[in-house]
Design a protein around this ligand. Structure first.
Ligand code: H53
Length: 854
């Protein structure tokens, strides 16, 4: 009975008037519509933030169209799907990224400009310059002002691992893979770092304060997640089985974040779970008469997804952390199994349709959870369940640090997830039996490989569980792979060498060139005569041909200078320090950790300062001016890391106010380093430092972003740097320090022999209170002196200074420097996450592209 005998779909399509259009006029209409009906402001009077909100909603509408089509297409084709499970996603801001990937940046800019707004301001590409260094009160005002005015970062992660997940989602969408990301929707993301008197303080990041147009709440997509309780024996269909009677049930509600691909209609889903009280009727607690308390207790369920753990390198066996992990895993598995069962009658095809990727050990309880579902709910029996299980999981590990390998105390496990503990014991028992058959009674090795660690406190070794139950174990660089084989998981490698692979990390050029460095993007496209490199990164290599072309070099310098100007303005606004654009901008931005050796950097700066001070005036003319920039957050409980931040400020205070030094040397700490700050700082850097003690950085991805932006690297031969050297050539980089295989012997050597005099001298300056806070810095100095120096700052110091001197010499020869800079960008193709993802798709997940027709 539809008008004119049309089908319901035809009629609906007519009523929708087709898809939304992307010309400036249509966009403008939509923006005004959202100003009035979504933001509820008058279309005749609205401010920047309201314009941002209206624009975001207009973009979101377009995302939703593509997203629906993509999901529909996947449903129709039923391809093998990838489920990427990660406790952390560091997405950053969405507006500029979405606009670029949808290909509507210019149209949006035009639509806004007629309305009297600037796209760059709304997308916060022009940093808000408010003088904020006068006093601390002003600073707090500044923070709240910034919050109100601009799109904040979605900071649902700590550092490299979390940003990698975000880059990989972008590549999965762009390459048309049928993929889903699953994670947790924390209400408090990574803390904001504020610096008072040079000390780090942590402020909560309540990022949802002003609404989040980039997510879609799916009230009807929710699942119960159970905790605690007991396990009972039962008989179902004549077979013995286990039944878990939970002590608490919490509801997981889905929030979907559409992730658009570039140059394709495909838009995939990042589904994040939020905890809500369960609707289950708990008559008993209400019958006690204490109605108010019963409600308050119910509300406590939400705590699970409240806050991101801010320390990603040491696990303390906390109950809340385990509950977070199980909460997101259980909801995700229910969702995945529901989707599978919608079209499949039994589990025979499960391994052909489902690939489950474990991003580090954080989601590894999903192994026990899948086994529990197959055994206790689907009643498939052990053999069949295990056969399915071992075909679906792949595991990527991101660390070499023993303290970063998760271990969950058995008591805690027993209390929170009693049935899962039983299953893990069963898996371990069978694994140990099988192993004994292979290796005999080698008890030392059996005990090392066991999933259960015996000792005063009994623990579950989550990495061992992940290796035993996954078909593939991935490292994140070749060096990392070698270390896994020879040091971290040697026993497992010897048992199953075929399981181990590596996929060197990569970053997305959409975010790290196109969005964050539009002028470089335009320049590259101009010289390559195409924009295709944005989705076909290998084309970048063609820039090599023009590396010494004077015209390109001239334009290249202009782009760098404009970007440096923005960084300089930002530095002045944040710290009051004026810096010269002629100086080399030398940057180290990443999480603060002893192994990343920000202390080595600071000691190097002190050395440079000391040299300048001791020079004749005439000699100073030869000094290459430097602006040394350091930024990064210290985990709140990591005392030494916090002292490094304070030392940086104390040294900066002395140097920046020393008239003898002037523009020859400045030291600046950039507060609250996050994705948005990275987007600003990286394009405006000349040199960047990646100076971890060899053998400690699994990969490192910051270096790849700098490389894409034509920054030279000063680095140790650690993690992925080894592969960067292969691509760029050591002659175009500044490589220094002990190699991975030399570190152990150096540690054993007498510390007095290792450290040069210059090192002892700068350290003495800190110890003697040259920069103040003498007592406070004592324990920091102790970490690298008195026979300790685990991270070998002393023994690498001389070669570090040589590399720095080589960088100075290179910087003076502008032509040579530009050539090296162009070669860095040209050689960065191998470090695109597109390459990483294609590799995973083919060698680990076995998935194929599934392109949604336009
Ligand atoms: O993961 C990055 C690596 C980097 C590594 C980092 C990482 C975290 O961010 C957090 C925990 C962890 O164990 C490792 O340190 O080397 O590039 C992505 O793989």
């Amino acid at each position: 009975g539809f008008v004119g005998g049309k089908s319901k779909t035809e009629r609906m399509f007519e009523m929708m008037d087709g898809f939304l259009k992307n010309d400036p006029d249509s966009l403008q209409k939509d923006i005004l519509h959202h100003v009035e009906y979504t933001v509820a402001r008058s279309r005749f009077s609205f401010d920047d933030f309201e314009a941002y909100q209206a624009l975001s909603h207009s973009v979101r509408d377009r995302l939703i169209e593509r997203w629906h089509d993509t999901q529909q297409h996947f449903k129709k084709k039923d391809p093998k799907r990838l489920y990427f499970l990660s406790l952390e996603f560091l997405m950053g801001r969405s507006l500029s990224n979405s606009v670029v990937n949808l290909g509507i940046r210019d149209q949006c800019a035009e639509a806004l400009s007629e309305l009297g707004f600037e796209y760059e301001v709304l997308a916060e590409q022009v940093v808000n310059l408010i003088v904020c260094y006068f006093c601390e009160i002003f600073y707090f005002n500044y923070l709240s002002y910034m919050l109100f005015l601009k799109e904040g970062d979605a900071a649902l992660g700590n550092g490299g691992l979390a940003r990698l997940s975000a880059c990989q989602m972008d590549s999965l969408a762009t390459l048309d893979y049928p993929a889903w990301g699953y994670g947790l929707r924390y209400q408090y993301g990574l803390f904001r770092q504020i610096i008072l008197d040079g000390f780090q303080h942590e402020q909560p990041d309540y990022w949802l304060n002003f609404g989040n147009p980039w997510e879609i709440e799916r009230v009807h997509v929710s699942y119960p997640v159970k905790f605690y309780g007991t396990v009972k024996e039962d008989v179902v269909n004549g077979k013995e089985c286990k039944v878990w009677i939970p002590g608490e049930t919490v509801e997981a509600v889905a929030y979907d974040n559409p992730i658009p691909g570039y140059g394709t209609r495909n838009t995939i889903t990042l589904r994040l779970w939020a905890a809500k009280p369960s609707d289950g009727c708990d008559i008993e607690s209400y019958n006690t008469g204490d109605y108010i308390n019963a409600i308050v207790n119910r509300q406590k369920a939400e705590i699970i997804s409240n806050v991101l753990y801010p320390d990603d390198r040491s696990y303390q066996g906390k109950e809340l952390r385990l509950k977070q992990q199980y909460f997101f895993v259980s909801a995700s598995m229910q969702d995945i199994i529901r989707r599978f069962k919608d079209v499949h009658e039994n589990f025979d095809d499960f391994p052909d349709k489902v690939a489950l990727q474990l991003n580090d050990t954080h989601p590894s309880i999903s192994i026990a959870e899948l086994m529990r579902v197959l055994l206790d709910e689907e009643h498939l029996g052990w053999k069949k369940s295990w056969n399915i299980l071992k075909q679906v999981f792949s595991f990527t590990t991101h660390t070499v640090l023993p303290e970063a390998l998760e271990k969950v105390p058995v008591d805690l496990f027993q209390n929170v997830l009693p049935r899962h503990l039983e299953i893990i014991y069963d898996i371990n028992f069978k694994f140990m039996e099988e192993l004994k058959e292979k290796i005999g009674q080698d008890y030392a090795r059996l005990s090392r490989m066991s999933i259960v660690e015996e000792g005063a406190v009994k623990n579950i070794r989550v990495a061992n569980l992940s290796i035993v139950c996954s078909h593939t174990v991935n490292a994140v660089s070749r060096a990392h792979y070698e270390l896994l084989k020879t040091r971290v998981f040697t026993d497992f490698y010897e048992l199953w060498p075929e399981k181990f692979q590596f996929k060197t990390n990569g970053v997305t050029q959409r975010r790290w060139i196109v969005v964050s460095n539009p002028s470089l993007c335009a320049l590259i496209s101009k010289w390559l005569g195409t924009e295709s490199w944005i989705s076909d990164i290998d084309l970048l290599a063609r820039l090599r041909e023009y590396a010494s072309n004077p015209d390109l070099q001239k334009e290249w310098t202009m782009v760098k200078k404009t970007n440096k100007m923005r960084v300089a303005e930002y530095i002045e606004a944040m710290s009051g320090v004026k810096v010269s654009l002629d100086a080399m901008f030398d940057v180290q931005v990443k999480r603060i950790h002893e192994y990343k050796r920000q202390l080595l950097n600071i000691l190097g700066v002190i050395h440079r300062y000391d040299c300048i001070k001791n020079m004749e005036k005439s000699e100073r003319k030869k000094v290459v001016p430097r602006v040394c920039i350091i930024g990064g957050k210290a985990p709140p409980g990591y005392e030494i890391a916090k002292k490094i931040i304070k030392l940086c400020h104390a040294v900066a205070e002395t140097i920046n106010n020393d008239e003898d030094v002037g523009d020859l040397l400045k030291l600046v700490f950039i507060p609250d380093y996050n994705v948005s700050v990275a987007e600003l700082v990286i394009p405006g850097s000349d040199l960047s430092q990646h100076i971890s003690t060899a053998g400690h950085e699994a990969s490192g991805t910051g270096s790849m972003k700098f490389l894409m932006n034509g920054c030279l690297l000063l680095a140790t031969a650690d993690g992925s740097t080894n592969e960067i050297i292969e691509e760029i050539g050591a002659e175009n980089m500044f490589i220094f320090g002990a190699k991975i295989h030399e570190v152990q012997a150096l540690r054993e050597k007498d510390s007095n022999v290792k450290a040069p005099l210059q090192f002892m001298r700068v350290l003495r300056m800190v110890r003697d209170g040259y920069f103040g806070f003498k007592d406070y810095f004592k324990s920091l100095c102790d970490t690298v002196e008195n026979g300790k120096d685990f991270y070998l700052l002393g023994s690498d110091f001389a070669s570090y200074l040589e590399a720095q001197a080589a960088a100075d010499r290179a910087y003076v020869d502008k032509k040579k420097w530009n050539e090296m800079s162009i070669l860095c960008t040209a050689g960065s193709a191998r470090f695109s996450s597109d390459r990483t993802i294609e590799d995973y798709a083919e060698k680990t997940w076995g998935i194929q592209p599934c392109k949604c027709p336009f």
